[in-house]
Write a protein that binds this ligand. Structure first.
Ligand code: SAM
Length: 286
């Protein structure tokens, strides 16, 4: 094969170098995900096609995506999906891209709920629906509700629920936290990955996140714990006695303090993520 033919292998090598120059932290992986998307194949299929020439039309579509990636658009938005808990989720710029750290929150809810007969669970701020839908898939007897203030996010979540065959299992509600007649509870578990970035932290977020992910999904307010504070007060009233509030957090101290001072709740030990960072604060209703 002559050097001037754009094969799969040559495109990947060139793009990896170009994305490295643009500051990408995973340039090879990103190049592969984008090329596989354009070719409509699995990433693994690229490995047996290194010497295959890529047609001009495909190269054009690939170039456009690579250019947008170079300008900071997250790969998940470019290809329209992201895997979470080994399930494919459709994502659009209306929803936060589900993060691997959030899988820990799902694991915690599964551990708590598997022994229960028919746990009632609400996912507050469902976004793409990643938490609620994964729980519905793994807890066939649970009754699950998911809320969000964003109607655009809820449309994505409903679509994901339908794709995963659990649309009938989840009640989606458009409201502020639990401010809906059907979200009154009582709940066995209130789970949430809420916005928890302080307003003054926003400018220091990575460019890709700051410019492309929905700000309302990230920023809570001046202290970063406004949403958790309101959720803790609701949990004290709407959980069954012994029921659990579980929230993903950024820095732990402020969120732990919120739960510790909430009348009616008993704070439980914070759970660390795989990197050893505090990631899930938890409390039970007395
Ligand atoms: C950090 S994202 C989490 C999305 C998803 N649960 C996940 O873990 O990938 C927070 C979500 O909360 C929603 N949200 C923000 N403020 C809210 C509020 N007051 N009530 C309900 N949802 C809210 C946002 O629209 C966004 O979808």
């Amino acid at each position: 094969m002559s050097d001037d033919v754009w094969t799969v292998g040559r495109l990947l090598t060139w793009t990896t170098e170009w994305l490295t120059g643009k500051g990408s932290e995973a340039p090879r992986l990103e190049a592969e995900v984008l090329l596989a998307h354009v070719r409509g194949c699995q990433r693994i299929a690229l490995y047996t096609a290194f010497d295959t020439p890529v047609a001009e039309a495909e190269r054009g579509r690939f170039r456009e995506l690579v250019k947008r990636r170079g300008e900071g658009e997250p790969v998940a938005y470019l290809v329209g999906s992201r895997e979470f808990f080994s399930l494919p989720f459709r994502v659009t710029p209306a929803v936060l891209v589900p993060r691997p750290e959030t899988e820990g929150l799902v694991i915690r809810v599964l551990d708590l709920c598997r022994p229960q007969a028919g746990p009632r669970i609400v996912d507050v701020g469902t976004g793409s629906g990643a938490i609620a839908i994964t729980l519905a898939k793994h807890l066939p007897k649970a009754s699950i509700t998911a809320t969000d203030v964003s109607s655009a996010a809820l449309a994505v979540a409903r679509d994901n629920a339908a794709r995963q065959g659990v649309a009938e299992r989840i009640e989606f509600l458009e409201c502020d936290l639990l401010d809906h007649p059907q979200a009154a509870g009582p709940w066995d578990v209130i789970v949430s990955n809420p916005p928890y970035v302080r307003e003054d932290e926003f400018e220091s977020l990575p460019r890709d996140v700051r410019l492309h992910e929905p700000k309302a999904a990230l920023v809570s307010g001046p202290t970063g714990v406004e949403i958790i504070e309101r959720l803790a007060a609701l949990a004290a009233a709407r959980l069954v006695p012994g029921g659990w509030l579980l929230c993903e957090i950024g820095p732990a101290a402020a969120a732990e303090a919120v739960l510790a001072r909430q009348t009616g709740l008993t704070a439980e030990p914070t759970i660390l993520d795989f990197a050893g960072l505090p990631r899930i604060v938890q409390a039970r209703r007395r």
